[in-house]
Design a protein around this ligand. Structure first.
Ligand code: NAD
Length: 463
């Protein structure tokens, strides 16, 4: 996670410095032909979000015969989509949405799922499959739970079968939500759009109908004030830039040693810089004081700052262990206590914490880092109920292999294997993490609370 000060590694719309040359080589001309003949991986150039661009190209097929499917299909017409309720052979599709909200048992899967199978060959490059279903819980009858849980196996398998940059993700509707609830629509739009380019094989639970849709989908954060920690470079810098592009005023925070690149980021995005070590006891108060003085409010907190100090546990010293835990989780816990107690942060606040797939799967040499990131996931799930009184939410984003200066320093062969070990056969970009965070920061995700969303291209590491 190190890059030279001042690196512009992740400006939305601009290629990352560490971009994957192999992907570019095999995506056209001689390179494509060669890779095809030799049976080498052919990662697609992913469709990424551009403000003002079409949400998706081509018709959207809504499969399913429930009232929820009808209501959703009608609602999607508001987005100027070409919505189809029946497949027409050989018509290229932009997306297939499978609504299974009334599934009662596994035998109900055969019709809709085989129908999706028949349309998959017509899915365009960078197309989307999205399932909408209900959660399997232990208090259901066994057949109902089997059917609902089966959706997980289907969706994750489809994601592994898709090619050419297409992805498959699922929305799970809790008791308080239906297919046209605000956050069901928000999550659906995120999964259909280029914002979710590197999110694949994942589920998002929409628990309630809370949240609100933006007046302008290209400026979902207009009028909101955000703080991003660790924003002088890398993923944090990309988050600050994307939140600004989406309409927020942004306070960028980093250690005093990164003051110069931090000021440059703040300047570029017309935000403000706050030099601060987040492990300082008064870090929460200082962020609140800065936000109050400059903007009079604070709405969005992105806990991105993080460090690694890798060592096998047998060789782990106290300094390595303590510093990683202090920055990656203990500082967040302390700052959140201050934020939650402040009236400045009580208007539908949002907290998004950056975890890691290492916190889910564990990683050799990273007991300290994996502990801190698994800790983040635990903290997020237990803080969710504390956000409810303010109409707020807290969620975690768990990146997999992201093309940063850190991963750029991994020896070539190891890096090449690590970045291909996912369904999209490539590393993600800092802005892929940033887009996901911006989605979770928006009003349209208000019904999503206490979740972990992986941005990993359906990494083979972990679940
Ligand atoms: P990076 O090292 O490039 O940037 C981290 C930033 O945090 C730096 O600017 C650093 O100065 C700042 N920071 C560190 N300690 C701080 C402190 N005490 N107070 C304030 N700022 C501090 O890292 P990155 O690759 O951009 O990673 C960002 C986040 O994403 C981290 O939480 C990391 O664990 C997580 N992550 C990264 C990857 C990846 O592939 N790069 C994968 C999974 C998770």
């Amino acid at each position: 996670m190190r890059s030279p000060a001042g690196t512009r590694s992740a400006e939305p719309g601009r290629p990352n410095r560490q971009s994957d040359k192999y992907t570019r080589f095999v995506s056209a001309g001689l390179g494509r032909e060669l890779a095809s003949r030799l049976g080498l991986p052919q990662p697609a150039v992913l469709r990424r979000y551009e403000p003002g661009a079409a949400l998706i190209t081509g018709p959207v097929l809504v499969e399913g015969s429930s009232a929820g499917a009808d209501a959703l299909a009608a609602r999607l017409l508001d987005w100027d989509l070409d919505v189809r309720r029946h497949a027409a052979p050989k018509t290229k599709l932009g997306a297939i949405i499978v609504v299974l909200d009334e599934l009662a048992d596994p035998s109900g899967l055969s019709g809709p799922v085989r129908s999706v199978g028949a349309s998959l060959r017509d899915l365009s490059a960078n197309g989307r499959v999205v399932t909408i279903s209900r959660p399997a819980s232990a208090d259901l009858d066994p057949a109902g739970a089997a059917g609902r849980n089966a959706v997980g196996g289907i969706l994750r398998s489809i994601a592994k079968e898709l090619r050419h940059g297409a992805t498959a993700n699922g929305i799970i509707l809790g008791d308080g939500a239906d297919t046209t609830s605000v956050s069901a629509l928000g999550a659906l739009r995120f999964f259909l759009s280029g914002r979710s380019a590197f999110v694949d094989g994942q589920f998002l639970t929409v628990a309630t109908g809370s949240g609100e849709l933006p007046q302008d989908w290209d400026l979902p954060l207009a009028g909101r004030v955000a703080v991003v920690t660790g924003a002088a470079r890398g993923i944090g810098e990309a988050i600050a830039r994307v939140l600004h592009r989406d309409g927020a005023d942004v306070v960028v925070v980093d250690v005093p040693a990164a003051g110069e690149p931090l000021a440059a980021v703040a300047n570029d995005i017309r935000g403000t810089a706050l030099q601060l070590d987040i492990t300082a006891e008064d870090a929460g108060e200082r962020i609140l004081a800065h936000a109050k003085q400059r903007y009079g409010r604070l709405d969005i907190v992105v806990h991105n700052a993080g460090i690694t100090r890798d060592k096998l546990l047998a060789n782990m010293d106290a300094a390595r262990w303590d510093s990683v835990l202090a920055v990656n989780i203990i500082a967040q816990l302390s700052m959140n206590r201050k934020f939650l107690a402040s009236e400045l942060f009580h208007d539908h606040p949002r907290i998004i914490s950056v975890a890691s797939t290492s916190g889910i799967a564990g990683n050799r040499g990273q007991t300290n880092y994996a502990a801190s990131k698994a800790g983040v996931i635990g903290m997020v799930s237990a803080t969710a109920r504390l956000m409810e009184p303010f109409g707020g939410s807290i969620n975690a984003v768990a990146p997999g292999f992201i093309e940063t200066d850190m991963t750029g320093k991994i020896p070539f062969a190891t890096r090449e294997v690590a970045r291909r070990l996912n369904s999209l056969q490539q590393g993600g970009r800092p802005e892929d993490v940033a887009e996901t965070i911006a989605f979770l920061a928006a009003g349209s995700s208000g019904g999503i609370n206490g979740s972990v969303l992986r941005v990993c291209g359906q990494s083979l590491v972990g679940q």
